[in-house]
Structures are given as C-alpha cells and as structure tokens.
Design a protein around this ligand. Structure first.
Ligand SMILES: [Zn+2]
Length: 193
C-alpha cells in the first residue's frame, strides 16, 4: 500500500527488521527527510557522523549502510534511482526559515513535523539528529568546503529503497524548504513491504 505525505508535512511509523521502506518522489525535485530510531531504545538514533565516518564519503547510494550513534547498522540502501542525497544538513525548522529566509512568521518545517510525528513514541525535539535527506542535492566545493543547495536530481517516480536491519521507528517528511525543492512544495509517497 502506498501512503502519501502531503506537502510541508510529515509521518511517523514503525518498520520491522527485514522490511523494506521505499521512498518515492511522485512529481520530481522533492526532498524527504528520513529519521530512524531503534524501537528497543529510541535513544539509539541514525547518526550522520558515524555513517559518513565509516563510509569515508559524503554521498551515499546503493550498498551503503546507515549507522546509529551506537555504531549499529539501522538501514541499508538497497536501490537508488537518483544517486544524490544529503546527510550533512539538519531538518529545516522555524529557525532555518528565520535565519536563512528572514521569515517573520516561520513554518515549523521538517523539524517541527518530525517532532510531532514522533511524539507518540516519546521522542522529543531535542532527540532529533541530522536526517538522511532523500533526494536533497547539496554540492560541496572540494577546496573551500562551501555548500550549495541545488535542485534535486530526482525525476517524477524516482525512488530510494531502504532495508531495515533492526526494528525501527521512522520519521519521514515532504520537505518544507523552498531552496531544497527547487521553489515548490510537493508531496512524498512511501511504501512498506
Ligand atoms: Zn525540510
């Protein structure tokens, strides 16, 4: 069964060890922030730092493993139509929109959407780490390290598939930041199987 996440919103759900999570960009150029927490102890969460350290790369794709803060493998990327995702930047938030966009009445962003979606499992906002940002296209200047958030390379219908290695609580969004999504807010779809 395919689920839709409406533009600028998020969802929380459980994923059992051995199940696959497919994240689909139905219209193209739309980012989805993904968080994973261990069902057994949600203080164990997906870790950008550990994952990038062990991969020795910042761009991850098919065959790469996503590790937790306790260095356990939580997810494996098993299929990837796009090949460009971000694991450096935090979920967009009220503060992102205030500081970067200058909004006076900012949207709660992926961060607020994730906090709300994960609240039923007792996961609070302060426990939200850097998310794996599916389809987010952050280019890095190899000399200076300067970052630029470019339009996603995903086309309509493109997907990335994750295999769960342990029982997980997942948070997933349709990202709320204009720059990350080439100027428009679109839905995200996902499937568990
Ligand atoms: Zn976002």
């Amino acid at each position: 069964m395919r689920h839709e996440i409406a533009p600028r919103s998020g969802a929380g759900f459980e994923l059992k060890a051995g199940e696959r999570l497919t994240v689909i960009d139905p219209r193209g150029e739309q980012v989805a922030d993904l968080l994973a927490f261990a069902k057994a102890d949600p203080r164990e969460a997906i870790s950008s730092g550990r994952t990038l350290d062990y991969a020795n790369r910042i761009f991850l794709t098919t065959g790469d493993l996503l590790y937790s803060n306790r260095s356990n493998v939580m997810l494996e990327i098993v299929e990837d139509d796009v090949g460009r995702h971000d694991f450096l930047l935090t979920p967009c938030s009220k503060d992102t929109f205030r500081i970067i966009y200058g909004d006076t009445d900012p949207h709660r962003g992926c961060f607020g959407n994730l906090a709300a979606a994960l609240e039923p499992w007792g996961i609070d906002a302060d426990s939200i780490p850097v998310a794996f940002n599916c389809f987010m296209n952050v280019a890095v200047d190899g000399e200076t390290g300067a970052l630029s958030v470019d339009p996603p390379k995903s086309k309509a219908g493109d997907r990335i598939v994750f295999l769960a290695k342990v029982d997980l609580i997942i948070g997933l969004t349709a990202c709320s930041a204009l720059q990350s999504n080439n100027g428009s807010f679109k839905p995200i779809e996902y499937q568990i199987g």
